[in-house]
Design a protein around this ligand. Structure first.
Ligand code: ATP
Length: 139
């Protein structure tokens, strides 16, 4: 039996996940990060992207947007702006969001507008990727 730890993922809307898991892998500004039981306690920023959770030997994937993760001895908590399982993702909505962001990025934008459009694009591409509708990856 692999050692487990408690993983909780919370968004402003809901408690997305709360269970004992063997491992979680997600994106941080420094790159991909994997957490297992006994990881050094720390707080890190979380990036938009897929999150992979290993439970009972099986991997499950979801998509989250920006947030923070607190790693403690027995429990890891992720606070993210949004989180969805692949089957929850509305493909047409994500495609429309991608197109809107790409169009905006063609025009002259302030720095704030540029950053907003880039993050909106990243969210849309991450959703499409995790739902299996964008094989090209995302930024
Ligand atoms: P949109 O422009 O379509 O609203 P967005 O990236 O701005 O996309 P968010 O602000 O990240 O949307 O999310 C707002 C809420 O809508 C969250 O609860 C999120 O889980 C949900 N959501 C956003 N896009 C999708 C999608 N394509 N499928 C399912 N849920 C979505």
């Amino acid at each position: 039996m692999a050692e487990t730890f408690e993983l909780e993922i919370v968004t402003p809307d809901r408690k997305f996940f709360n269970d004992q898991v063997e491992m979680v892998i997600l994106r941080t500004p420094e790159g991909e990060m994997g957490i297992m039981q006994g990881h050094i306690p720390m707080v890190v920023a979380v990036d938009i992207g897929p999150i992979r959770i290993k439970k009972d030997g099986e991997w499950r994937e979801a998509v989250i947007s920006e947030g923070f993760m607190e790693i403690k001895q027995e429990k890891t908590v992720i606070l993210a702006d949004t989180a969805e399982w692949p089957e929850e993702i509305d493909i047409n909505r994500a495609r429309a969001a991608r197109e809107r962001a790409q169009e905006r990025l063609q025009s002259k934008l302030s720095y704030i507008e540029y950053v907003r459009s880039q993050t909106a694009l990243s969210r849309a591409l991450a959703r499409l990727k995790v739902s299996g509708h964008n094989k090209r990856g995302f930024q």
